[in-house]
Write a protein that binds this ligand. Sequence first.
Ligand SMILES: Nc1ncnc2c1ncn2[C@@H]1O[C@H](COP(=O)(O)OP(=O)(O)O)[C@@H](O)[C@H]1O
Ligand SMILES: [Mg+2]
Length: 283
Amino acid sequence: MLNIIEINHLNYTYLPGTPYEHPALKDISFAIAQGEFVGIFGPNGSGKSTLAQMLNGLIQPTHGTISICGMSAADAKSRKELWKKAALVFQYPEQQIFQISVFDEVAYGPRNMGLPEQEIKKRVEQALLEVGLNPDAISKQSPTSLSGGIRRRIAIAGMLAIQPAVLILDEPMAGLDAIGRKLILTMIKNRKAKGETTLMISHDLKEMMMITDKIILLDQGTLVFFGSVADLLNQKGILKQYRLQVPDYVQVITALSAKGLPVNMAIRTIEEAGDEIIKFHRD
Ligand SMILES: Nc1ncnc2c1ncn2[C@@H]1O[C@H](COP(=O)(O)OP(=O)(O)O)[C@@H](O)[C@H]1O
Ligand SMILES: [Mg+2]
C-alpha cells in the first residue's frame, strides 16, 4: 500500500543556539499508509502539537525528512503547497475564527486555493453537512453569535472544505459533549470509508481504539510506541506507565488470551467481543 506520510529521523529543536534551546522531537521515524486513521498520544509537552505543525509544513525539521503525498517538506516550493495536502485543525480552533459569516469562514481555504465561486459554494455546503450543520440555516450567521462547540465544528468544516489528503486534528474532542465527540468520530469514519487519511491527537484511547489503525505514542519528544492497537494491547508496561485505558470488554478478551484461549485479539467493538466470547461458550 502507498505510504502517504513518511518521516525519517525527524528532529525539531525550538530556539536552537539560545539559552532557551529545547529539543521537542528526537529521532522520530514512521510511515502511514493511505486511508489509515492514526491516534497520537502522549503526556503534555511530549511534542504532539509540534509534530502536527510539522506535518502541515508550518515548521520545518531541524534534522531528518518528512514526505507527504510524495512531496518533501524540505523543498521550499512543495512546502508552500503542503497546507492543501495536509490540513491542520489547531487545538481550540474556535478561538481563531475571524470571518464575519460562517460561509466566509469555511470558504477561506478554498478561496485561497483560487477555486471558482461555484465550486467554493459546493465545498462549503458539503463540509458543513459533514460536521452536522445545516448550510441553509447557518451560512449567513455570524460565528461570534454561536456556541463554542458549534464554532469548533465550523473551524473543522473550514479544513474539510480544502479536501486535504491528510487531515490532522489537535485534540478536537477537548471540552466537547458526547454529541460533539460522536460527530467527530463519525466524520473520521466517513473519511476512512472514502480512503482518506486522518491523524488525531487525543487523550482517550478508549474512545479512539474502535476506529484507530495505528497508534503513535510520544514521551519527551521520543517515539515510545508506533504500531497497531492489537500490538499496543500486548504492551502491558506501556499501557500502565502512560495510563492508557482500554474498554472493559477489551480487558476481558485480553484476560482470556492470557489464560491461553486462542481468542481474536483484533476485536474493536463490544459486539465483536460478544461474538468472540459466545464462540468459546459454544465450543
Ligand atoms: N513556541 C515554542 N517555543 C519554545 N518551546 C516550545 C514552543 N512550543 C512548544 N515548546 C516546548 O516543546 C515541547 C513540546 O511541546 P508541544 O509540542 O506543544 O507538546 P504537546 O502538544 O505534546 O503538549 C514542550 O516542552 C514545550 O514547552
Ligand atoms: Mg499540544
